[in-house]
Design a protein around this ligand. Sequence first.
Ligand code: ADP
Ligand code: MG
Length: 683
Amino acid sequence: MLDLNQDVKYVKGVGPNRVLLLNKLGIYTLKDLITYYPREHEDRSKPNKIADLVDGQDALIEAVCVSKLNEIRTRRKNMTIYKLIVRDDTATAVLTWYNQGYLKKIFNIGEKYTFYGKVTIKDGVTQIISPTFDVEGKNKNTGKIIPIYPLTHNLSQNTIRQIIENGLNLVKNKLQETLPQYILNEYNLKEINLAINSIHFPQDFADFESARKRLVFEELLSTQLALSSLKNMNIMDNTGIKFNKEVKMSDVISELPFKLTKAQLRVLEEIDNDMEASKPMNRLLQGDVGSGKTVVAIIAAYKAVKSGYQMTIMAPTAILASQHMEEFSKILNKFGIRCELLISGITKKRKEDILNRLKEGEIDVLIGTHAILEENVVFKNLGLVVTDEQHRFGVKQRKVISEKGNNPDILVMTATPIPRTLALILYGDLDISIIDELPPNRKKIDTFAVTKGMEERVNNFIKKQIDEGRQAYIVCPLVEENEEINAKSVMELADKYKNSIFKDYKVEYMHGKMRPKEKDAIMELFKNGEIDILISTTVIEVGVNVPNASIMIVENAERFGLAQLHQLRGRVGRGEYKSYCILKYNGNSEIIRKRMKVMQETNNGFIISEKDLELRGSGEFFGTKQHGLPEFKIANLFEDMPILKLAQSAATKILDKDVKLENKENEKLKQIVKEKFGNRLEI
Ligand code: ADP
Ligand code: MG
């Protein structure tokens, strides 16, 4: 019997030293080894003529050795250069190696070899530096498509390639198929043994693509099945809280200063039904910036508290949490509901007091940041958890919060509109509600994409708006994911604006390296109209409400994801004033212009996120950070969108026939699915 979990040390060529090196790469078992996928392949299959070589190219030649290997010792210690002259029927080339003494025994004049390496052409001399090679008739290092592995530690490509080949020989034709035959047929997928072999050593690139497709498909399918199974388990779970049917959401709704949109009412009904049912709510609430998610959370909080439970809402930043605190209190205090704010930065004494009252049940609604996750935050009877997510929390983190209550209802709010396909794999364990409508009083934000030449006009426009009493945001480019450097660029820009262009105005800046207290203070000043222009990094991205701000300027807009630009734009147009978003961009590529055009043409977050995927096609969908995205070994959610769609349709088909994956044909699949979420899955 083939044991895929056997220690990698039993593979031929793996001695005690190499075991350690492999372990450093995360390879412990035979399975780890054969699923250590190459990062790319080099095509060393097609020979070139020496006369056709171009400088800088990686090329394969077939050539006859015309000189003896020439050994040159340099003055520098330990450095020996070896040169060999070879020829094909078109020209001659010089091959150069450094410190490879073993070469002395290899080459014979008049014999033919294949060489592969980087070509340099200088002063008419064609050279290949440190080529890898084979004796004629062999194709170990050349003559085929060669996998290149991600390596960091003292292992050479040749060595790992050999070890993996040895591993593949052990499992040859012995791997058990994981996917049901009908799925293989229907989606035209390679059988597992062929796939594993070809992902490393493909015959050609088409062979590689079909191997990759199969492995990506399997990975996405099993993840999707795992999430769907979690969701199905939840449907059958009747140990959740049944909130009181007599507590009517309409009692708060009628007290609101505005009329809820149809979309808000619809999602509230979905939430109300979930809350009254015995299965725990696990719901994702999606809605564009400004669509009014907070008030939905407030109404749900009312229902929970009046049914005798505590409620908590967790926000990504202290500023946002404070803003929620304001909005929650404004509406809920009237009903005698006690709200409290827990963020880092409050005094120890105050924190202790909050924690005590929370435990005693003297606080009904706890609003805060990640601080809420801390172990010492104990509720008396937590019934409803809302997370306001800037980035996605994983399944596991959600579990941490829910364990603070007795199977509480969970509502996850996100302002990043996610195309359905992605939502299914990011939030596949949740039911989904969508607010697809903005409150009626919203005015369209006019968006302009401008290049350098327009700078002065833009500045004059800002001045004009401020003179009319409005305020402006200027967002600095993301230099990189380094707050230190970003902070510096904010300060430089602020300097320039403060001292020259906008010297007659009140300009302030804010960045991620500032202490929460400082940021809050600045934000407070801005909210109160005591700052005209706020320059910042994307720290203001998340939901802060300043109705008087009417201009959003984004510097180097080409560096942002569209979804993120859309979030930023959502910071203005929150009051009665006509608002503008000005995207300053550099560069003239087709893609950049297309992206800017999307921003100008639509205000619909869903369309924007679809386009963002289409035009970027990379993991930058959620901005530069990718918190909490599931880790995939081979799949790339963005580039593999077409395969994701196939895998999702397959998941539906499989579960339609066999919801608990009990049939024999799904046996292996079930095993993989269980490995994904470990003991959480009791299917
Ligand atoms: P989101 O969190 O979805 O970005 P908010 O909940 O912050 O949006 O709502 C933005 C603003 O709109 C808030 O000031 C809120 O009070 C207001 N608002 C919410 N719903 C409505 C509505 N139906 N009509 C008018 N204003 C609304
Ligand atoms: Mg919000």
